[in-house]
Design a protein around this ligand. Structure first.
Ligand SMILES: CC(C)(COP(=O)(O)OP(=O)(O)OC[C@H]1O[C@@H](n2cnc3c(N)ncnc32)[C@H](O)[C@@H]1OP(=O)(O)O)[C@@H](O)C(=O)NCCC(=O)NCCS
Length: 167
């Protein structure tokens, strides 16, 4: 495997990262979701949350000097499923089609886990796409339940709520 290096992403990376995420979805999602859903996820999910970039919670991975993947985490908003602020949520994970299945996603995920633990987070949740369920299962997550996420369009996005306890 090529060496994967990971750094904190900043607002200056936004355009490149959003393009990478779009390239990823266009490659992966046609096998799992219909055209309308892909259009909806591309148009509504694709704006990276500025808070992730401001807080230093979003990571960019490079392989051989090229941007290869990204992903991050944030504190879950307080709500019925929140655990007094100790619950984190993985956000916007994507690997560029040219770099898939080379460990990029795993490296970013473990970076998020370490950072979240250091910040006092006791469990991480994510809304996994149907396409990524296996990836999260292979990395210590368990399925909580199927969910429908409203991304901003009319149709709900079928996803899976996954959880990993951070010991
Ligand atoms: C989920 C995702 C980020 C994983 O990215 P990735 O960089 O390909 O992840 P990894 O390489 O760490 O692991 C993926 C697979 O490659 C395998 N792999 C890792 N390194 C490898 C290597 N050097 N050689 C061969 N296979 C390897 C892993 O074992 C894993 O295999 P499995 O899933 O068949 O068990 C990526 O598939 C993706 O972008 N999906 C679409 C977007 C998406 O759904 N994002 C999540 C929204 S919540």
């Amino acid at each position: 495997m090529n060496d994967v290096s990971v750094r904190v992403a900043t607002e200056a990376d936004r355009q490149q990262l959003e393009q990478l995420i779009a390239d990823c979805y266009e490659e992966i999602y046609p096998n799992w979701y219909g055209d309308e859903m892909i259009y909806s996820s591309l148009t509504h999910v694709l704006r990276l949350d500025p808070l992730l970039l401001q807080d230093g919670h979003y990571f960019a991975a490079q392989v051989d000097g090229e941007l290869a993947g990204c992903g991050g985490w944030g504190r879950a908003a307080n709500g019925p499923n929140a655990d007094n602020g100790s619950l984190g949520h993985l956000r916007h994970f994507a690997t560029h089609p040219n770099f898939m299945r080379r460990g990029v996603g795993a490296v970013i995920l473990e970076k998020c886990v370490a950072a979240a633990k250091a910040d006092g987070i006791s469990a991480l949740h994510c809304f996994s796409s149907v396409a990524s369920e296996r990836f999260y299962l292979n990395h210590g997550f368990t399925k909580v339940q199927d969910v429908s996420v409203m991304l901003g369009g009319d149709e709900p996005f079928p996803a899976i709520l996954m959880e990993r306890k951070l010991g």
